[in-house]
Structures are given as C-alpha cells and as structure tokens.
Design a protein around this ligand. Structure first.
Ligand code: ASP
Length: 311
C-alpha cells in the first residue's frame, strides 16, 4: 500500500476558452493549484492522514482569492458571502459539514471541527458561526471577502439574470496507511439567492469517502449534482456494479442527463490509488501527485497525465 499514497485536487471546472482565461490568469491558477497540492502532499509525505491532507489543500485554496471558496467565494445576489463545505473521513465514515456561514476564514476547518468536536454532521448559519467562535477558529469581517473582481462578476450575472461561476475547490487523498478522505468547499454561485445551499456540503452529493471503495469531490451546478447524488453514485457504481474507476466515473457523469440539468464535474480516487478527473466543461483546474512521482497540473481537457491512463 505504501507507494500508492496520492493526493488530487480541483479548483473548479468551467466553460472558458484559452483566450478568455488569458496567460497571466492561467499562470496564477497553476501556481495556486501547485501551492494547494503541495500543502496536502507534505502532510502525506510526513506520514500524516488523508483527512489532514485534504484539509490542508483546501485551506490553501480558501486563502487564495482566485478560487470560489473562502476569500474568493462568490457573492450572493445581495453581494454578501455564504460558504458551504464538507469533509469526510473514509476510515471512520464520519463527516462534518457546514452551510451558510459568512465570516469563517476556513470553512473546511470548521467542517472538520464539527466532525471531531460535536455530535452532529452538519451545522448551518449563525449556530455554525457560534460553534466556530467557541472553537477559536479564525473569523473575518465582510470586507475580507469582498473583491473588485467579485463585484464585477455579480454585476455581469445580474445583467444576464443568471447564476454563474464554478470554481468550487476540493481534494481527495489516500495516505500511507490506505485511508481515504475527501473535502469540498465553496462560495456557491455568483448571484445565488441568500440562503441557497448547493451540493458541496451535502454528503453523498458534493463529497464522499469510504475506505472500502473511493473518495470523490464535485464541482458544477449544485442543484443537478444534488439531484443526481453524484459522489455517492460513483461509490455505488464501483461497489455494486464492480466497474473500473474510469467507467464508473463516465457513467456517473452522464447519469440522468436527460432529466437532470446542469454541469456535473468531479475528481475521484479508488482504493488502488487510481485518480480520475471527470468533467463536461472545457476546463477543470486540477492537480495530482502520487508519492515522489512528478507533479501533474492540468487545466485544459487535453492536459493528460500518465495516471489518467491507468483507471
Ligand atoms: N457546486 C457549487 C454549488 O453549486 C458551485 C461550484 O462548483 O462552483 O454551490
């Protein structure tokens, strides 16, 4: 099991062309992905748990204004911030989840603290913030989360009467002991109604991990991912249909697309350490590193890595 330890992350999936993204922004995303990947990888390298590794990777992206989580979280239609996050430990099958918090710097750490320090799986709104305060997690004022770029994105979305943005972040990992974990964190969609909760904090929809089968983290249109139960569907196809990871992911990606709208995208990891990046969009911000093998960072569909051929 020792050489299979691996971490994979995503920073969301979108429909953008190379020109729209631009070289400068592409380079910034690549750097942000590398920083997050390495934050998690170092935890694993030092013999740490998959759970701590996915938390570290997601925290890094929550602190980076480029990504739609924490600092860079999408604004609601009222130009306020509401964050959702969840983490699941495949070893214990415990999970922690948080929805609709406004001032927590690292919602993924709040989710983990809920998992470890409360009797509950999910807390939301003011109760979740109070729990964060009691556990001395870092809180930030509204101003910390506001950026010019986000205000611009909100104005554009409002002009089109649309909800936009798919840069939710996530991580999946297998540690040296073969334990799996998954984490997902988001600011939701630009111009979403205040109070809206997407798939990210819903165990089985936006996140799932079970040592026996797989770890999954999703990004895309939360309503569709929730209705399709995407993360758990990958699990079910592996467990009950016995499909190889690549085929299970393909099937989960396209399941009920005749009835359920919206983009579903996700990253998945099986017990053999195979990793799949499954997306229907033109790009997925993604990265992966297995043990001491070279680091893979990809954005466009054809940025293939060797392990993607293994699944
Ligand atoms: N899935 C997230 C949500 O619906 C959005 C995203 O992936 O960016 O809240």
């Amino acid at each position: 099991m020792g050489n299979k330890w691996v971490i994979a992350i995503h920073g969301g999936a979108e429909n953008q062309s190379c020109e729209e993204l631009g070289e400068t922004k592409q380079a910034a995303y690549e750097q942000g992905l590398e920083n997050a990947l390495m934050a998690g990888w170092h935890v694993l390298k030092e013999g740490g748990s998959a759970l701590d590794a996915v938390e570290a990777a997601v925290r890094s992206m929550e602190n980076n204004p480029l990504f739609n989580a924490g600092k860079g979280g999408s604004p609601t239609s009222e130009n306020t911030n509401e964050f959702d996050a969840a983490i699941m430990d495949g070893k214990t099958m415990k999970a922690g989840s948080v929805a609709g918090v406004k001032h927590v710097k690292n919602p993924i750490t709040l989710a983990k603290t809920i998992m470890q320090e409360s009797k509950h799986v999910m807390l939301c709104g003011p109760g979740a913030e109070e729990f964060a305060r009691q556990h001395k997690l870092e809180l930030k004022s509204d101003a910390y989360f506001l950026t010019e770029e986000k205000e611009k994105a909100l104005k554009e979305a409002q002009k089109e009467e649309a909800t936009t943005g798919h840069d939710t972040v996530g991580a999946i990992a297998m540690d040296m002991h073969g334990n799996l974990a998954a984490a997902t964190s988001t600011g939701g969609l630009v111009n979403q109604l205040p109070g809206r909760v997407g798939d990210s904090p819903i165990v089985g929809s936006g996140v799932y991990a079970n040592n026996e089968v797989c770890a999954v983290s999703c990004t895309g249109d939360g309503e569709g991912i929730m209705l399709a139960n995407t993360a758990h569907e990958v699990y079910a196809l592996l467990k009950y249909k016995g499909l190889p990871l690549k085929e299970a992911c393909q099937e989960a990606l396209h399941l009920y697309t005749d009835r359920i709208e919206g983009d579903r995208n996700f990253i998945a990891l099986d017990t053999q350490g195979n990793v799949e990046f499954s997306f229907v969009t033109s790009l997925m911000f993604r990265a992966c590193k297995r043990a001491d093998e070279p680091t893979y960072i990809g954005i466009w569909r054809d940025d293939a890595g060797d392990w993607e051929k293994e699944g």
